[in-house]
Write a protein of this length. Structure first.
Length: 249
């Protein structure tokens, strides 16, 4: 069941989403070779708690950390560790959620570590652009799959593939609510979008094949062929005049 949110509820989701945006902004400013993913996790947790919120991921279905830090061929759900130290040329996806006043915000970004290859730069740009194109379809009267199709068609036009095993989602009082939002599909399918829907749209894009494999930690998903992967996500609200990106300052 898709739960439509009131303006007051959307305002609370916006508050949680702005905390998430602040965390990603800060993490973006300190990413460098030599820092560990555990360092990033501890910094993020301090920022969330200082804002009067709680980390949304920590403890969720047993997940042990505040951030998901997915490096290079890791698609999503990489677990921060003091043993994972960033190196020049890496790319890293940072996914973070916060909960405040009983409502969630959720966003992700893929960042370069120092100077990266032109191929990695192109993958990051294409993934971010695919998110923008998907969000642009989040208008009342459109179908849910119009978002999915916009993401897929752009990604594949650039020579990349979209991950199919993992999807975007609704959110609000729960981190994962209906509807699921695949990053692939034909136009004109699924429920019609209505004002009050709140969605986490999150393209996961691989430089190679779309298939993924989950590692022995039962969390970290990696590309099946070892190719690079990028991930971007925004929490958005469908408003009468179009999408409002809640995790954008």
């Amino acid at each position: 069941m898709i739960i439509l949110k009131s303006l007051q509820e959307i305002a609370k989701i916006r508050n949680a989403s702005l905390i998430v945006a602040d965390v990603l902004e800060h993490i973006s400013s300190i990413i460098r070779p030599g820092i560990s993913t555990q360092d990033l996790d501890e910094i993020a947790e301090r920022l969330i708690l200082a804002a009067g919120a709680k980390p949304a991921f920590k403890g969720y279905r047993g997940y042990p950390k505040t951030l998901c830090t997915s490096l290079n061929n890791e698609v999503i759900h990489g677990i921060p560790s003091k043993d994972v130290v960033l190196k020049q040329g890496d790319i890293i996806s940072i996914d973070v959620g916060a909960i405040t006043e009983g409502f969630y915000g959720d966003a992700a970004i893929t960042l370069p570590v120092g100077t990266i290859t032109p191929a990695a730069e192109r993958l990051i740009r294409a993934t971010e652009e695919s998110l923008a194109r998907g969000i642009a379809q989040a208008k009342p009267g459109n179908h849910l799959s119009d978002i999915s199709h916009a993401v897929q068609s752009y990604v594949e036009s650039r020579g990349y593939s979209v991950v199919r095993e993992f999807v975007g989602h609704g959110l609000g009082r729960n981190m994962h609510e209906d509807p699921q939002i695949p990053n692939f599909g034909d136009r004109g399918k699924g429920p019609r979008l209505k004002a009050g829907m709140v969605l986490a749209v999150e393209p996961m894009v691989n430089a190679g094949v779309s298939a993924t494999v989950v590692k022995e930690d039962n969390w970290t998903a990696v590309t099946a062929d070892g190719s690079l992967s990028a991930h971007f996500e925004h929490t958005i609200a469908v408003m009468p005049d179009g999408p409002w990106i809640l995790t954008k300052k």
